[in-house]
Design a protein around this ligand. Structure first.
Ligand code: GLC
Length: 530
């Protein structure tokens, strides 16, 4: 039996900005439930929800203060249960984002830990008399002084996100209990946040400095000895429950590191940042990363395919803001070998948001860099440019359901309003348009579901020539050939099989030729026929 997640297309929902159901301007479970039919119709098989637990939201929920509840902004436990039930009725699985690396500083565990050096929970977090040079991933020192006990505590992210000490067995047991709770509530698995950060170097050695790029190399604060044993324990625990799925956020673009975390007895998949986070559009680099992943991964490993998330710039903008190109990228994501993760709004080609006023910025990473820039003597305008580079608000604006809906969000203003020029990019407009991005995504997702070679098939060939990627995927039932011409020139493409046209963004039928001319920016998907 092929595992369900190998045949699934996932969709990431960023909790505060997907759909507001009660008119307070913040996304919630009632809103998501009301859009399940939309997601089903789109062809989504699995949802990844960003953290929905009670949280002060210094980092939008990645600072959890209670692992057993629902944040009131998102509804009640009953709303969550109804949502899970309704998703399952539609055959949609749900995976929950879980932050095992750190808790909110407001969490009861940390409150107890900081209450005194002799408290039994003191060792649940990482305390030291003297900070080393480790930097927080959001900027500044990773150590915060606690006056009450005259020691420093470690935080890889904001000072309000305190790192748990995974060397302590009670911490591990407490987190396993928490996973059990949500698995029994019916979630189908977890997206494990910064999972390669759980262990830090025992000797707290200083990190080296990369002079060329003027930044610290995070050598001793992630991917440390012992981490894989912890991953295996987590995987073993979760996989006792049949059919549960684990996707890890391993914060690295290094394929050799990513490879260690997935496969037999480990996580089912990890996010392949080596493919997904290419900074600008570079089709050759994309191709090379795909080939390298194919070569480096073993039989038990399968990559994930994504180009946007709540932590990244939207790929529509990052790759140059071109609609044809975005369609080619969508076709790649939904036909190449791997488990696709669409980010909310990808399917309508949503664009990045640029903040024009620091008081409107929400992301802690952007705000921290703004403050650091000012402290370093930069003028306000320059600090805002730096803040925008670092800010992840870019991709976090509300899902653009319709132009009117946008007004609803901005009137109440708890979340960021949609940029003016993006009004046209709405679900409502694109639903009516047979050439729209949304219609194209739907066609691709249907095709993926209808053809087992697109989910189970291995590559028969994988080629790159002059800005065109082409590949054939084959399983025991069929062979499918995909040609993606990313160039502005037509290309001739030889096919050595009798074929039927499954999908193209540029033509309706195929002349029966051995050599086909693939048009500029064309997506061509063919199936072998006898
Ligand atoms: C992950 C999340 C990100 C968060 C960070 C710290 O990278 O995706 O949004 O800020 O972890 O929890």
């Amino acid at each position: 039996m092929v595992k369900w997640w190998k045949q699934s297309t996932f969709y990431e929902i960023y909790m505060p900005s997907f759909k507001d159901g009660n008119g307070d301007g913040i996304g919630d479970f009632a809103g998501i439930t009301s859009k399940l039919d939309y997601l089903k119709e789109l062809g989504v098989d699995g949802l990844w929800l960003t953290p929905f637990y009670p949280s002060p939201k210094v980092d939008n929920g990645y600072d959890i203060s209670d692992y057993y509840g629902i944040d009131p902004d998102y509804g009640s436990m009953a709303d969550f249960e109804l949502f899970i039930q309704e998703a399952h009725v539609r055959g949609i699985k749900v995976i929950a984002d879980l932050v095992l690396n750190h808790t909110s500083s407001k969490h009861q565990w940390f409150q107890e830990s900081k209450s005194g050096k002799d408290h039994p929970k003191r060792d649940w977090y990482i305390w030291s008399d003297k900070p080393n040079n480790w930097e927080s991933f959001f900027g500044g020192s990773a150590w915060e002084y606690d006056e009450n006990t005259s020691q420093y505590y470690y935080h890889a992210f904001a000072k309000e996100q305190v790192d748990l000490n995974w060397a302590n067995h009670e911490v591990k047991a407490a987190m396993m209990d928490c996973m059990k709770f949500w698995l029994e509530k019916g979630v189908d698995g977890f997206r494990l946040d910064v999972i390669n950060f759980l262990k830090v170097n025992d000797n707290f050695q200083d990190n080296p400095f990369d002079v060329e790029n003027n930044e610290q190399i995070h050598l001793y604060d992630k991917d440390q000895d012992g981490i894989l044993a912890v991953i295996e324990e987590i995987a073993e625990f979760v996989h006792q429950y049949p059919d549960k799925f684990l996707v890890g956020e391993v914060g690295s673009e290094d394929l050799a590191i990513l490879k260690q975390y997935s496969g037999l007895n480990k996580l089912d998949v990890v996010f392949n940042f080596n493919i997904g986070s290419i900074e600008s559009f570079d089709v050759k680099k994309l191709f090379q990363q795909v080939v390298e992943t194919e070569n480096v991964y073993d039989q038990s490993q399968i990559p994930t395919l994504f180009f946007s998330s709540h932590d990244m710039s939207r790929h529509f903008s990052r790759f140059g803001g071109d609609e044809d190109r975005a369609k080619l990228v969508a076709a790649f994501m939904l036909t190449a070998k791997g488990v696709p993760f669409i980010y909310q709004g990808d399917e309508i080609g949503m664009r990045d948001y640029v903040c024009d006023d620091i008081s409107k910025m929400k992301d802690i990473q952007g705000i921290t860099h703004y403050q650091l820039a000012l402290q370093a003597g930069q003028p306000e305008e320059e600090a805002l440019v730096i803040a925008n580079e670092k800010s992840r608000d870019k991709s976090r604006t509300p899902m653009q359901w319709s132009a009117e809906h946008h007004v609803g969000f901005s009137e109440k203003e708890p979340w960021i309003s949609i940029p003016e020029n993006a009004y046209k990019v709405t679900v409502e407009n694109q639903q009516k348009d047979s050439d729209s991005m949304l219609t194209f995504y739907k066609k691709l997702m249907r095709l993926r579901k209808a053809h087992s070679a697109l989910t189970n098939g291995n590559y028969e060939f994988l080629r790159f020539e002059d800005n065109m990627i082409s590949f054939a995927r084959k399983d025991s039932a069929e062979k499918i050939v995909v040609a993606l011409n990313f160039s502005a020139q037509p290309k001739s493409f030889e096919i050595d099989m009798k074929s039927e046209l499954l999908l193209s963004n540029k033509r309706k039928c195929l002349e029966c030729n051995d050599t086909i001319t693939i048009l500029e920016n064309e997506v061509l998907i063919l199936k072998e026929v006898n």
